[in-house]
Each structure stands twice: as C-alpha cells, then as structure tokens.
Design a protein around this ligand. Structure first.
Ligand code: PHE
Length: 374
C-alpha cells in the first residue's frame, strides 16, 4: 500500500504511489536544527554568517526558512541536472509525488532566489537524501548555499569573468576554513563535477585520520544566470555541509548526535561559543548483527536496505556494512551479508530490544524487499 504523507500540514494526508517518504523521515520536517540558537548546526551557521558579514559588510542576504518540500523542477531542472542523472532516481531522492521532492540540496533555491533579484545570498536549510548508514551519513542533514554575482567592473570579458569568479571563490572558502578552524587546518581542493557549475571543485578537510568532503562549489553555469534575470553576468556558488563542518569544529564523532535531546549533549553547546570540544559522556557498547540473503531477481539496493533498518531501529543503528558478497556458480544467484551495528548514543541497549529490532528488520527484508533470507 502506498504510504501516507502529510505534506500540507498535520491534517492533510495525501498518498501517491510514487511516494517514498517514510514516516520517520517525514517527522524531521520542521525540526529546524539550524534555527535553534544553542544547537551546533545553528552555531556554525552563525559563525559563517559572521565571516561573510565581516568580509563583505551588508552584501549577503540570508535566508534560512525556505520550505524543504520543493518541485522536482526547482531541485533538478533549474540547476540543469540531466534527465537521466542518478540523483533523480527514487533510490537516491525522496519523492512525495512525481513532481514534488524533499530537496536534496539547497541548490534547489538558486534559480528562484536570483529571479527575486538577489545578487549575493546564503540559503540554509535541511536537505534529504536516501543513502547508506555510517557515522557521517544521515538521511537528513543541513546545507548552506552561497551565491555571489560578480560586479561588472571586476572583469572585461566572459573568459576573464570566469577566472575572477574561480579565484574569488577559492580565496573566500579558504579564508572561511581558516576563520572556522584556524590556519593550521589541512585542506585540499579536488576537481569535481556538478551540472550547475563549471569549473567545479570540492574542498576536503583532514579529520580523524581521513579526508572529509565538506563542500562543493564552482563557477555558475551561464545558462542558470541567463534565464533567471542575470543575462551575461558571472557568479560563483558553493554548498556547504553543516554537519560535516560542525563535526570537525566541535569534535562530534557521530552524525546522529545532532538529533539527540540528551542534555549531556545539548548542554555542551552555547550560542556564540565556537571553541567547545565535545566530551563523550560515555561510550556504550555496539551490538553487531549479521544478516545474509539471496538478492531477488526484481533488484535490490543498499539504500532500500538502509531505509528498512532505520524504519525499525531509528537512531539506534550506527552503520550498515556489506561484509561479504558471492555469486553461486551454478545457480547464478548472488548472496550478500551485511553487518548491522546497533548502538545508542545515550544508553545501554538490552539484548531483547536488539533482537526484536533485528527480527523486524528480517521480516521487512523478506516481505517488502523480497529477498530470500539465509
Ligand atoms: N549542490 C551541491 C551538493 O549538494 C553542492 C554545490 C553547490 C556545488 C553549489 C556547486 C555549487 O553536493
């Protein structure tokens, strides 16, 4: 049966066969972590605002209350995402119906904000993606989009404008990283591809022994400017992952912590305090459960598995990792074994509750995902 989803407020239920927004995802809409003054996501948002206000006083307009339910047109078409791009697939994006999605990036607001006449702006909000499960991936996270249209006096021709935009963009984001983390932070630029920028780059920061991607950016595609009231202008754009930046700044080891209401977490952060380092209040033991199954002929995706696990375990699931895959030579069937790690951030879990969750996961795997459990 299609799931029900309240999209127009608590009283109006709609259902659509294309809807893949589960109740537990739907329940996140309106949480607005980025607007709670003492929350780390809001603290980092304010710190980035402060950086831009200092660098370009009065230039950037700030928007942080745009609704996360947007048209597929705004989320994809208006930023030139090709019709066959993977990000459009319902395996990656939450659809309410065929034309309406939970935005998967704040770039969904680039075109409309340009059309409103804004020429330099920061758009902050919650974004939604179906994805795998580990310490730095959660289906809801927060981004800040930055766009700045250059002044005509900054360049004389299109090629020159592109160069100036690239340079100003990189200088700005390197200065932002230094502002947030100090000049000792290790950063690197990586060439990237986005349909809406050219050239495109990613910035990575060295954290906990690995390179963490914290933002994507680039020189805006001319077509986006041309059709949204900025014909012939040049601009740069970036999209920052606020959880990733906050994890680095405050040494927060697991992305689920942003959603806890445990006072031992929340009381560690205060508006305006950028030097707090998260003190783990105690580490509860993980509990590992393996599940093995034959893949169905109708197809299987890891994102669907992760959705099922989150549906039953909520924030008690820490990671889902493929530990074995083999194809039976005669039967030509493939079997996967996943290791699910359950761990609460706030308390010890009992064997009983984990076993119940695991039973429910197994039930949904065979009933909904049509796999053959082994
Ligand atoms: N929207 C991109 C993402 O979510 C980030 C980005 C924004 C890249 C703006 C370039 C320009 O990954």
């Amino acid at each position: 049966a299609p799931r029900l989803c309240r999209i127009h407020g608590p009283d109006v239920l709609t259902s659509h066969p294309f809807n893949n927004v589960t109740e537990n995802i739907f329940a996140k809409i309106g949480a607005n972590l980025h607007r709670r003054p003492d929350h780390p996501i809001c603290i980092i948002k304010e710190a980035i605002y402060a950086f831009f206000d200092e660098r370009h006083p009065g230039v950037f307009n700030k928007l942080d209350d745009l609704y996360p339910v947007v048209t597929a047109k705004a989320n994809f078409d208006e930023v030139l995402v090709p019709a066959d791009h993977v990000s459009r697939s319902p395996n990656d994006t939450y659809y309410i119906d065929t034309d309406t999605v939970l935005r998967c990036h704040t770039s969904a607001h680039q075109a409309e904000t340009l059309r409103k006449g804004e020429r330099a702006f920061l758009v902050t909000g919650d974004v939604y993606r179906r994805d795998s499960i580990d310490q730095s991936h959660y289906p809801v996270f927060h981004q800040m989009e930055g766009v700045k249209v250059l002044d005509r006096s900054q360049y004389s021709d299109a090629a020159g404008g592109t160069k100036v935009a690239e340079q100003e963009l990189k200088e700005t984001l390197e200065a932002l990283a230094a502002h947030l983390f100090g000049t000792g932070i290790e950063c690197r630029w990586v060439d990237a591809y986005f349909p809406f920028t050219d050239p495109s780059f990613e910035l990575e920061i060295f954290f906990n022994g690995e390179w963490l991607e914290v933002l994507g950016c680039g020189v805006m595609e001319q077509q986006i400017l041309d059709v949204n009231g900025c014909a012939g202008e040049k601009a740069w754009a970036f999209g920052l992952g606020l959880e990733r930046l906050a994890m680095v700044l405050f040494a927060i080891p697991d992305i689920r912590l942003f959603w806890t209401s445990d006072k031992r977490f929340t009381k560690q952060f205060k508006a305006g305090q950028l030097n707090a380092k998260f003190k783990p209040y105690s580490k509860y033991p993980p509990c590992f459960k393996d599940v093995s199954f034959w893949l169905p002929e109708t197809g299987f995706t890891e994102n669907n598995l992760c959705e099922v696990v989150r549906g039953h375990a909520g924030d008690l699931v820490e990671s889902v990792v493929l530990i074995d895959s083999f194809t039976h030579p005669k039967k030509q069937r493939t079997s996967h074994c996943y290791r699910i790690s359950y761990r609460s951030m706030d308390r010890s879990l009992t064997d009983e509750e984990i076993n119940d969750i695991q039973d429910n996961v197994r039930g949904s795997l065979s009933d909904d995902l049509k796999v053959e459990l082994r």
